[in-house]
Design a protein around this ligand. Sequence first.
Ligand code: SAM
Ligand code: FES
Length: 348
Amino acid sequence: MKKIIDRFCETKKLNKEELKALLNISEEDREYLSERAREISVSVFGRRIYLRGLIEISCYCKNDCYYCGIRRSNNNAERYRLTPEQIMQCADNGYELGFRTFVLQGGEDSWYTDDIICSIVYDIKKKYKDCAVTLSLGEKSYESYKRYFESGADRYLLRHETADNEHYAKLHPAEMSLDNRKQCLYNLKEIGYQVGCGIMVGSPWQSVDTIFEDLKFMSDLQPHMIGIGPFIHHKDTPFADCENGSIHTTLVLLSILRIMFPKVLLPATTALGTADPMGREKGILAGANVLMPNLSPVSVRKKYSLYDNKICTGEEAAECRGCLERRIQSIGYEVDRGRGDYPDFKRS
Ligand code: SAM
Ligand code: FES
């Protein structure tokens, strides 16, 4: 196994057999893979972790993805949306706490017209000139993405979820299309964003074949960010009885991605922290270099419920910033206080 890993580190390429072997790796060999991936992240970023302040702006969504707790058909979901003023308050609070990137994420909620999104982005960027704004608001037209960019947005996260057509069709209703999702990602790149794609690890029907397709798609797209975390079922979705994704496989994939894409911005996600209390620390040690603590008002956090038992939603989590800083220090890393752009990225 070490031979496969060493060769992979040299060539940065995996065939399907090698991928299969890595996905079935023993815990001992995974430690070695992790070490090799970590060497790379430390050589590019040092022992420094970027923080992003996550503001979950709305849990209204017009989509009906089978895995997601805020899908439109979930009548048990308690819906909320933040006003532009509330979003600015979250950013104010985040700036005070030292965040220099704000991620505005939400369901696809048409209450936020393009004019409203542009003015929120514009106002944050005007007030906090040393900050980056990342959007994660789903699939929009080329023109809308362009308007957000021109208002000052820097980055956009849109997980492709799976690059395999058949798999995509099993996770989403027929009105959603993988081709459109991929096109959105290429559009975002062309416009000039730092772009993030990604998948859930262990989503129902995922296989070595579909993951192989994901890696091929990522090699083609060359994203600046890749978001992966375990699939975790939500009790009020059609996938309520499906098994959760494994931490082991998530860690293996984080290392594979770090080795294939040395400079990529790679978060250890909240889903990973939910699946394992030490998940985010393990993610960093497997090659991740970003954490995204929650900046949403505590009163709405439980309502942004994508999956069961999400962490950082109780009163005790009013201050994830300090908690994460201590966690990072406990494994010998420190928080980087900059914006944390993709290395050498120049905005056009
Ligand atoms: N609406 C935007 C979009 O579609 O990109 C952003 C919000 S969406 C809820 C954010 C991500 O949550 C999705 O891309 C998906 O990968 C992840 N997610 C949704 N349900 C999940 C689940 N049950 N387990 C783990 N991750 C999940
Ligand atoms: Fe939220 Fe620890 S990161 S409480």
